[in-house]
Design a protein around this ligand. Structure first.
Ligand SMILES: [Zn+2]
Ligand SMILES: [Zn+2]
Ligand SMILES: [Zn+2]
Length: 456
């Protein structure tokens, strides 16, 4: 099956061939001719691939080909039919029904694009580039059917108390706290924020770049200060959010309104769909990381230390009161970072423009980007989730996370930073954008006014 799987679709063939040229006659070349006539002729198809091929495969840019809906469509048909022979896969009939469903969904919803798989799925289906050929899924049209809310009162009480403490902490921050304490609170905000954005989000959930051990440890510490649950849990929820975006299997389904996607989702029992679909998310890559397993295993010791105890203790070293330190550096800072992170799920799925894909709800919002260290370019991010910038341009002033990752790349702690080529972005903007793109929007094209009106 390996043989078919990697031979059939143009996308696979072209990837192999690009590897063949780039790493010609090394072990990363699929049919490395230095291993003899027989191997390079057919033998390479009869043995397991050399690990180097997999290791180097990521360095091949295939975004140009993946952007072609015809190739995407072929790949999908091919891999679906091949996968039926694996016992644990969805039967072919189901896949064909799914495919039919997608096509008719696009027909019903009046999309002009005749190639639904590309259109629908680049936006909401993919976690990172290498994930394109994972299991096929029907994307349920954004919907929010009536549901019975089972409120978890314990969480309501915790979050209400926290927020009262947070407001009081903000008051102390503005009034009696020492300047050093204020400065320390801001440092904690940036560090714990990076633990979410550069760590849990870009490094782990999307694997948009790679990190060496010291950076992984640093980001795990930062992430623990943020107390948004262990990376392993955060990344699973986030992969669900992308794969099943704006359906009931999306933990913070934004079609259920601002409040639900902001914090409400943490106050009620999870929708059964989340559990039902949860097992379709592959987390083996992250579970293989001993640092993340360590964080998860000792979370109930590490988290209180990193998020509450140390932030309350450290300011007393320069003479701050424990009371101020606790409310400003622990509670206020924690509640503040929680809320700016939540804005990505609420505001950035609601108020803004959609230059990259007008068919999805996530939007571009600069104010959110500013407070959440560069994560507000959310229409771009849902369209190209594997880009480490989570933005097309990534100006440093609005994207501190990118500044941080670039800095880490300079000293060699971060590498293999994934981006999307200008060409691919341009094509996508012209195909599915809402016309608001600064460079390739309608302003700069000679689109008849009538067409502009029609797309609004
Ligand atoms: Zn060639
Ligand atoms: Zn989102
Ligand atoms: Zn994401």
């Amino acid at each position: 099956m390996e043989l078919f799987y990697h031979q059939d679709a143009v996308l696979d063939w072209a990837r192999d061939h690009r590897v063949h040229h780039k790493y010609s006659e090394t072990d990363a070349d699929p049919h490395n001719a230095t291993r003899g006539f027989f191997f390079s002729h057919v033998g390479w198809l009869l043995v397991r691939k050399h690990p180097e091929i997999k290791a180097k495969g990521h360095t091949i840019d295939k975004t140009d080909l993946w952007a072609d809906p015809i190739l995407h469509f072929q790949k999908k048909l091919v891999s679906n039919s091949i996968e039926t022979s694996k016992s644990d896969r969805t039967p072919l009939s189901v896949n064909l029904i799914n495919l039919f469903g997608e096509i008719s969904y696009c027909a019903v919803s009046g999309r002009k694009d005749t190639m639904p798989p590309q259109d629908q799925q680049t936006g909401s289906w993919v976690l990172h580039e290498a994930d394109f050929n994972k299991d096929a899924t029907v994307i349920v049209p954004p919907s929010a059917e009536k549901r019975k809310w089972e409120i978890v009162w314990r969480n309501v009480i915790i979050f209400v108390t926290l927020h009262i403490g947070g407001v009081y902490g903000a008051y102390l921050f503005l009034t009696t706290a020492m300047w050093t304490t204020r400065f320390f609170a801001v440092v904690l905000y940036i560090c714990s924020g990076l633990g979410i954005t550069a760590g849990a989000h870009r490094l782990w959930a999307h694997k948009s770049y790679k990190a060496r051990l010291p950076l992984k440890i640093l980001l795990t510490v930062f992430n623990t200060i943020a107390f948004q649950d262990a990376v392993l849990d955060w990344a699973r929820d986030h992969r669900m959010h992308h794969k099943y975006s704006e359906t009931d299997a999306d933990p913070h389904n934004a079609t259920r309104g601002f409040f639900f996607s902001h914090v409400g989702w943490l106050l009620v029992r999870k929708h059964p769909e989340i559990k039902a679909k949860g097992h379709t998310i592959d987390m083996t890559d992250l579970w293989a990381d001993p640092i993340l397993r360590f964080q998860k295993k000792y979370y109930l010791i590490l988290m209180p230390l990193a998020c509450f105890i140390l932030p309350s203790y450290i300011p007393t070293l320069w003479g701050e009161s424990l009371w101020n330190a606790y409310f400003v550096c622990a509670i206020f800072r924690y509640v503040y970072v929680l809320n700016v992170t939540w804005l990505v799920n609420s505001a950035a799925h609601k108020w803004g423009s959609k230059p990259y894909d007008k068919n999805i709800n996530p939007v571009e919002t600069r104010p959110v980007s500013l407070v959440v260290l560069g994560e507000g370019f959310h229409n771009y991010h849902h369209t190209f989730p594997w880009d480490y910038k989570t933005a097309e341009l990534g100006e440093y002033s609005l994207n501190i996370s990118k500044l941080f990752i670039d800095g880490m790349a300079k000293i060699g702690w971060a590498y293999d930073l994934k981006t999307v080529s200008r060409d691919v972005i341009e094509k996508r903007v012209k195909r599915t954008g809402d016309g608001s793109h600064e460079e390739w929007g309608y302003e700069n094209l000679n689109v008849p006014t009538q067409d502009k009106i029609n797309t609004e």
